[in-house]
Design a protein around this ligand. Sequence first.
Ligand code: MUC
Ligand code: MG
Length: 372
Amino acid sequence: MNQILIESLTTQIVDLPTIRPHTLAMHTMRKQTLVIVRLRCSDGIEGIGEATTIGGLAYGYESPESIKANIDAHLAPMLVGRPAANINAAMQSLDKIAKGNTFAKSGIETALLDAQGKRLGLAVSELLGGRVRDSLEVAWTLASGDTGRDIDEAQQMLDRRRHRIFKLKIGANPLEQDLKHVLAIKKALGDRASVRVDVNQYWDESQAIRGCQVLGDNGIDLIEQPISRVNRSGQVRLNLRSPAPIMADESIESVEDAFSLAADGAASVFALKIAKNGGPRAVLRTAHIAEAAGIALYGGTMLEGSVGTLASAHAFLTLKQLTWGTELFGPLLLTEDIVTEAPQYRDFELHIPRTPGLGLALDEERLARFSR
Ligand code: MUC
Ligand code: MG
């Protein structure tokens, strides 16, 4: 049989409006920008991937524009003409010529997996070794910037059985104001919901000592990235003294970061993100480090659209235990989609079909309409 080769790898930037402003400590989103990756192979099969971040350069070191430029100039030329079905060889060849760039690599690894799944008639979760579940519990982020509006939104989500886990984005306001906001929401929702916070590194250690104590003592279940990823010894101290578990998010920018965090005892929960590890296979290496170290897992998001969300979901379906569920709600934050069939959310969960590849098809008309 002739080798199947990669014929082209192209990228396009897509801007989609959000249903409401989404306020994080570092940025307020009014749209989300996706980089869609298309990998065409000599057997006529096309793989689709997505590389998405939050707020341009506000969240991490890669922006949509840099992801596109680096794929177009460096990563795509490395892969064109190489075997399409050998994902190990393809990804190792990229690691040889490009340091970091995990978001860009994640989009490409996703496209390779989608193509191979379509070729073999297998869902990506099966290519990754086999799924042990068909659906994932999904949290919702309350980030309208207004306490009353957040409470109304949470109550609607509970009534519609769409979400019963809520993450609040805090850190930009004075500490006492943020604590008041979180406790008011927890009081309104009571035992009907799990309430968690994400500080996105905005506290210093002195604020985090008080913040974690008050939140933990008042029923907040999980505290995500309270202080800077750079303050490793502070993370170790907080992990020892916080009454609520501490989850690492920004602290993990690579599989190697996951290993050193585990070795240092700097968190008891890891947020898994395909973009921060270099793809659905790469994120499983971080998951396996956590499993070996006794660290609990959470399926994180960079607020990807449908393609990146399903790529993450296929990886998370293979995990033995996802103690803290997932936050794969990205498509629900957008008013528009660029796939023909939107991912299915019902009864608090995202349901993932066993269709070959990711199980998605691009809607060419919508893609063209929202492309930059
Ligand atoms: C983050 O920091 O976790 C995930 C959900 C959300 O609302 O923001 C993201 C990014
Ligand atoms: Mg986070």
